[in-house]
Design a protein around this ligand. Structure first.
Ligand code: ZN
Length: 316
């Protein structure tokens, strides 16, 4: 069984830039590319396999017709989505629903997400949470546009990790590149977009009532229990284990042997060059390389000098 290497899916955004080309070497269609949907079964940008017996298959079709590749996991849709984001400008201040609200109002999963900061310009910051004590106060502060009082800002640097459960008001600030692991959802409720206009002079839609409905009040600040498992001079960092996904960093120096600990494993190289070795066969990998290791691949090696973000499905 071979890893399922995936073609990138680029998404143009008002806030996007050119670092998916300049840093990751992708052949991007223009200089406003905000996102690479690196591993996706979502209809708004589905990944296609580029090698092996499943070459040309969509991840969503593999999920539907070859569930054995995913350990016969349950669920109507491939539940995870991995993105690389390039925020040349600020993203809107936004919030996502949980599964019950998302399924009821949007017909898709809610969106819990998390971020590994690939790089950040000096002075970069994110919006992460809010200061309202009650839902009424939240509504009043949004209505009065008291953004400085309402929004919590946090400075970020390369290598930081943030957990963003559904219901968390958040925004990625300009100058930041992120590897995002999230539920497979494209539902975003925009709270504030800096009154910004596109080339045609249009503002983007806001979703004030939905935002007030789904925001967790008061805000919670999730405590992460990050653990590091040294393996020689390489290490495996565990950032998160949640109902939706488990997220790891493989910090590779030399060679690192790994075993599967989920139905299947999502892999994206965020830095450095090297090899992925499966069944004695060696695959060159570089920044931006993404693949799914199907259930049948139970052990593998990574070699070189690389940072890789990997994820496995959670219990839900
Ligand atoms: Zn988001």
């Amino acid at each position: 069984m071979e890893p399922l290497f995936l073609q990138p899916v680029f998404q143009e955004k008002i806030w996007g830039g050119d670092q998916l080309h300049t840093v990751f070497g992708f052949d991007i269609p223009n200089e406003k590319i905000g996102e690479d949907w690196a591993i996706s079964g979502h209809p708004h940008g589905v990944s296609i396999v580029e090698n092996g017996p499943y070459k040309g298959w969509k991840v969503s079709d593999l999920w539907a017709e070859h569930r054995e590749l995913f350990g016969n996991a349950k669920g109507d849709v491939f539940p995870l989505l991995t993105k690389i984001l390039d925020a040349e400008d600020d993203l809107s201040v936004q919030v996502h629903p949980d599964d019950s609200y998302g399924l009821k109002h949007e017909g898709e999963l809610g969106k819990t997400e998390c971020w590994y900061i690939i790089n950040a310009k000096p002075g970069s910051e994110i919006v992460y949470g809010h200061n309202a004590k009650t839902r009424e106060e939240l509504a009043a502060m949004i209505e009065a546009e008291q953004w400085d009082d309402l929004l919590r800002r946090v400075p970020v640097k390369k290598g930081d990790f943030f957990y963003v459960p559904s219901g968390t008001i958040h925004a990625i600030g300009k100058g930041i590149m992120i590897l995002e692991t999230q539920q497979s959802s494209d539902t975003t409720y925009r709270v504030y977009d800096y009154d910004r206009k596109d080339d045609q002079g249009n503002t983007r839609e806001l979703h004030i009532q939905q935002s007030i409905d789904v925001t967790t009040v008061p805000a919670i600040s999730p405590e992460l229990e990050v653990t590091e498992n040294k393996k020689g001079i390489s290490s495996v960092i565990t950032y998160l284990k949640t109902d939706f996904f488990n997220v790891y960093e493989w910090d590779v120096v030399g060679e690192l042997s790994l075993k599967k600990d989920g139905d299947y494993t999502l892999v994206t190289v965020v830095e450095g060059y090297g090899k992925l070795i499966v069944d004695g066969q060696s695959y060159e990998v570089k920044p931006g390389t993404s693949c799914i290791l199907p259930a049948q691949i139970t052990e593998w090696k990574v070699a070189g000098e690389m940072k890789i973000i990997a994820s496995t499905p959670g219990k839900k």
